[in-house]
Every structure is written in C-alpha cells, then in structure tokens.
Design a protein around this ligand. Structure first.
Ligand SMILES: [Zn+2]
Ligand SMILES: [Zn+2]
Length: 279
C-alpha cells in the first residue's frame, strides 16, 4: 500500500545517516552452491536464433556487420540504446519476459536489416541457483555475467532497472520497474557483494516490499510480525522502542515498561509529551 511505501522510503533515508554505529551483516555464502556447474540454471535464449540469411552460393563477400547507435522497437516508438534495459519475449509465453541489458546493437543485413542485440541477462531470484529467498523483492533482478546475442525482434519494450536506493524512492512502482543490488555469477551461483546488512531480531536483509518500523533508540528496523504486531497495528504506532532497548534502558526508571511499549527509553518528560500529542 501507499502508506507502507512511505515508511519504507523513510527507512532508507534514515539508514543512510544514522545507522553507522551498529552494522550487522550477513554473508550470502549459505546459498547452496552445487558442485557441477549448473548450465541449466541459465535462462534459455528468449527465442531460437534467427535463421541464417539466404545467401547466393558462390557470393562470398558478406554484408559487413554494422554497429548501430540505436534501434526502434518494432511496433512501438520506443528507441533503445546500449546501456538500456529491455524486456524480451520468453519462448514460453506463459512465463514472464526476460530482463536484459543491451550492450551492443548491430545490423548484420543490408540497409540496417537483421538487427541483433548483444545482451547481458538479468536473472530473477527464482532463476538463480540459490532460488528466491525471503528478503528478495518482488521486482528484484540480478545483473548476471551471462551474455547472449539475440534478434532485436524479441524485444518487447524498454524497462527500468533501478539501483536499490533509487527504487525505494519511487513513489509508485510500475510494471516495467525493477531493481538490482547484486551482480550474479551464473556458473557458481555467487553474488557480488557477497555480504549484506541485516536488520530486526530475525537478522534478515531488507526486502523493500516489506513494511518495517524503526526503534527510536537503536535505529534498527523491525518487521511487525517479529515484534508481535500486525501490519495494521505497526502502521498506527507513532513511536516505537524495541524490546532490547526497553530492557537496557528501562531498569533505572521503574515499572512502566509493560504498556508503555512505544515510549519507554525516553525521558519521563518526553513520555508525557508524546502521550499528550496522541490525545
Ligand atoms: Zn524480522
Ligand atoms: Zn532498539
């Protein structure tokens, strides 16, 4: 929902500045790495390679391949250039389209015909060796080292692959919006970077699709479920102090910890203020 995104956006902003002191990271190595290289894990080329151009036997000189600066997607006015990301038709039309980064565009035929694109595939989490994990976002893709040459005819449309940071700042996520925070080695199933910051009691990396709330004391972020709250309850909280901080700071100032969940850990004066504000 919109509200959830708001909080998440806030989460990212705040983290950039205030979370220096407590940095926890998790290694991504626990992803199972199979011993034989898993060739099958790579997505198959979106379409079979185009048939070779018919050539008159005997006429050897080929049309020299020509690098193009741009290409207009068939049936649309979308123009792509190297560096752009695109969606390409999957051979199985029940599957979502493949996400690719255009590296080079070339015309192998005369007068700009038979356009081919050299692409680098983005893998969806389920296409990776380790599979989809709970912290992977719905629109997350990994920039792989798997390259291919494809007919430009298979390009459906341009898409956006944002950095993680930029993605969390989007006010709305459109169908053609994705984000990438890892590079992926398609043979070994390993990621770059291979470590990632973790949050909450569950020590999970951040999934931008999930609502998290921040502890005002330690600045760590928590999943509502991990602190025994529903998403609805969590959204209503005006301030929140985590169990750990309550235990740490609550000892000195007495008994009120039980039901002043959101305001313990602050000075008495502040508690009163925040209560008043809520009325
Ligand atoms: Zn959690
Ligand atoms: Zn805390």
């Amino acid at each position: 929902s919109h509200r959830a995104r708001e909080k998440i956006k806030g989460a990212r902003r705040a983290r950039a500045g205030s979370r220096e002191k407590k940095k926890r990271e998790s290694s991504l190595i626990p992803i199972p790495i199979p011993s034989p290289p898993l060739v099958g894990a790579a997505p198959p080329p979106p379409n079979p390679p185009p048939p070779p151009m018919s050539k008159t036997p005997g006429k050897t000189p080929r049309t020299p391949r020509r690098i193009l600066e741009s290409y207009t997607i068939k049936g649309s006015d979308g123009v792509i250039r190297p560096g752009d990301s695109v969606l390409m038709k999957a051979p199985d039309t029940s599957k979502p389209p493949y996400v690719a980064k255009i590296e080079e565009i070339e015309a192998a035929g005369p007068r700009g015909a038979n356009v081919k694109v050299k692409v680098r595939w983005y893998y969806r989490p389920e296409e990776s060796i380790g599979g989809r994990r709970p912290f992977h976002g719905e629109k997350e893709v990994f920039l792989s080292d798997h390259q291919d040459v494809q007919s430009a005819d298979t390009i459906e449309c341009k898409c956006n692959v944002y950095s993680f940071r930029d993605y969390t700042k989007l006010s709305a996520v459109n169908p053609e919006d994705y984000f990438c925070r890892f590079e992926y080695k398609s043979i070994t199933g390993s990621f770059v970077p291979d470590r990632i910051a973790v949050f909450c009691k569950c020590e999970m990396p951040y999934n931008p699709d999930d609502l998290m709330i921040q502890c005002e004391e330690c600045s760590d972020w928590f999943h509502p479920a991990c602190i025994g709250k529903t998403i609805k309850e969590a959204k209503k909280l005006e301030n929140f102090t985590c169990e750990g901080c309550v235990a740490e700071n609550g000892n000195g100032n007495g008994v009120k910890n039980e039901n002043s969940h959101e305001s313990t850990g602050e000075s008495d004066e502040k508690q009163v203020q925040s209560k008043r504000r809520r009325r």
